[in-house]
Design a protein around this ligand. Sequence first.
Ligand code: MEV
Length: 319
Amino acid sequence: MNNFSKIAISDAHSKLILAGEHAVVYGKPAIAIPFPLKVTSIVEKSNGSIIFESDIYTGFISNMPVKLKGISNCIKETLKHLNKPEENLKIKIISSIPIGRGLGSSAAISISIVRSLFSFFKKRLTENELFSLVQIAENYAHGNSSGLDIMAILSKYPILFEKERGILPIKSKSSLYIVVADTGKTSDTRVAVGNVRKRYNLNPKNMQKSLDKIEEITIEIKKTLLNGNIKLLGKLLTDNHNELINIGVSDKDLNDLVKTALSSNALGAKLTGGGLGGCMIALANSPQHARLISNELIESGASQSWYFSTNEDIVMEVN
Ligand code: MEV
């Protein structure tokens, strides 16, 4: 019997950060929810050097572009861990998660690849193995990753995450109607995390004040999820956005989309993920309201928008 499968297929979903991005790198809590956009990784036998096939790059993994270096390192380390040579494989990626937009595409791609490589070689994968292999790609993508994206992508539920304490699943009392909009600009999380670090070193007192405020907001947001106070949740999301402006990770496009959402009566809005480009989210009070906000965001320049309810697995796309 072969010690590998004919073909192995694995998925991972995307994530949205509701609160606490960046502050989480400094040990503060963050809250993330699953976002049902998916990536699928398909591993098959081939001949010669490993071929990577995706929308953004197709070719040998040894020639992968710099922005995919974390992923190629993750593939190499996974094969080393499995005691398999770096050859005779084709890894195909099919993804509906836009890359570099703060939606966790790098972690989702790496998670689906590690899962499909283990499944291809018929090996059992523990959560610890998965976390440490994917963290290789994440540390490359984020500079020094908190681990939040990986844990959010691995979870089926909203989570509260702290670097030192791990995750706590949160059972939200009400369904949330969430709108996501893409500025159309790539957000480089590594640069954003590095900028926050530089700013912190220059002015630790001011930055600590913002990080403490974000922590307070995140704890309040957790309470609103548990007690279903959606109106207050909206206000807190916008408060979190204002603190993200203070720590220097928002930009004009994100702020304009947040303003558009608020003027369409969103309950609240903020950037999500690393910032400096990428995506923002808004909280609506019904699916119809979510659709309206999504349309307004497209009208005012978003390159893509989605809306969904947290109690369903379906995402509506507007573009
Ligand atoms: C990126 O999705 C989240 C950041 O907080 C970085 C990290 O937690 O590693 C900006």
